[in-house]
Design a protein around this ligand. Structure first.
Ligand code: NAP
Length: 302
């Protein structure tokens, strides 16, 4: 019987492993693939993790993992199929094993919804980004596009307008889904131009994004647009299915949990991008891992 099983080995899960080992807990980290780091292993350059400016995402992930290894954390590569609870015991079930634990920290993260157009995967990290606050600084003085019409797209467009020379905001309908106040700010910002009823058919470029192929949904006309960066903000999908029916999720599928990581199910904690929170970044994910372990300790000592 483990004190805690941590599901997920991104920054939140690895920080939880580090704090858990230092707290002397018996723990196991479950990862789906034999590669720790989560989303950041695909991040070319991390420019906002304090003290490590400009470090590559992969290198940062390896540092987190090495830190957890040095403290003696155990990892298994098995996909978790279900989490079950019975009294004070939690079961973490994979195709190979049924693990018993007193607590669970769910740190499975979230994935950005993709557009699913040609060029998107090939140029990811080469001008295609899903995070303006992470990557916006690389497009200072350049022309960029933001795709989407929700709060994130509007906030991204405003954020980028401060440093990029021109921001094309491309939305598939003729009205935004995002908050009115953000819509007003977007309309008042000189270097943001809105393209309504427009979809992106293709992202073009050799080794970097160079252009988008746009289609006007009303006329069917296709036109190229020259940009150096494209920020895709068409929604986020939290990986919270394991807690469906066990803990409360919000309407977007995020696990309802505050900074302490406590969910509506005692003994089950959520950390990182999978939980309800304001800012989904490496630094906040790492902080969540630490907080969740502090809550695990309180729970075990109750
Ligand atoms: P969202 O609200 O679901 O908006 C996604 C946008 O992407 C929608 O405008 C949608 O178009 C568009 N879209 C979806 N699939 C698309 C596709 N295949 N091609 C083109 N466009 C596509 O997602 P979000 O903006 O990421 O926000 C997520 C949640 O966080 C929301 O609940 C949001 O309110 C919340 N949030 C709140 C704040 C805040 O309060 N300050 C800040 C950020 C986020 P349609 O409109 O046509 O469906």
């Amino acid at each position: 019987m483990y004190d805690v099983i941590i599901i997920g080995s991104g920054p939140a899960g690895l920080a939880a492993a580090i704090y858990g080992q230092r707290a002397g807990l018996s723990l196991l980290v479950m990862e789906k693939q034999p590669m720790s780091g989560g989303q950041i292993i695909n991040t070319y350059d991390v420019d906002n993790y304090p003290g490590l400016q400009g470090i590559g995402g992969f290198d940062l992930a390896m540092k987190f993992r090495a830190h957890a290894d040095a403290l003696g954390a155990s990892f298994v590569t098995e996909e978790v199929r279900t989490v079950e609870t019975s009294g004070d015991v939690r079961y973490v079930v994979t195709d190979q094993n049924r693990y018993e634990t007193k607590t669970v920290v769910l740190a499975t993260g979230a994935v950005h919804r993709k557009l699913g157009v040609p060029g998107e995967d090939a140029l990811s990290g080469m001008g295609v980004s899903y995070c303006a606050t992470c990557d916006g600084a690389f497009f200072r003085g350049k022309d960029v596009a933001v795709i989407g019409g929700g709060d994130v797209a509007l906030e991204d467009a405003l954020f980028l307008s401060r440093t990029s020379s021109k921001v094309w905001l491309i939305h598939r309908r003729d009205e935004f889904r995002g908050a009115k106040i953000l819509q007003d700010r977007v309309r008042e910002t000189e270097n943001i131009e809105i393209l309504w009823d427009t979809t992106v058919e293709e992202i073009g470029g050799e080794s970097q994004v160079e252009s988008l192929l746009l289609k006007n949904k009303k006329t069917g006309a296709e036109t190229p647009l020259s940009v150096q960066g494209v920020f895709i903000a068409v929604g986020i999908l939290p990986d919270s299915a394991l807690l469906e029916g066990i803990a409360k999720l919000d309407e977007g599928g995020y696990v309802c949990a505050g900074e302490d990581g406590c969910t509506s199910c005692p003994g089950i904690f959520a950390a990182g991008d999978v939980r309800t929170k304001q800012l989904r970044q490496i630094v906040t994910a790492a902080s969540d891992g630490a907080n969740a372990i502090t809550s695990v300790q309180s729970y075990l000592a109750r």
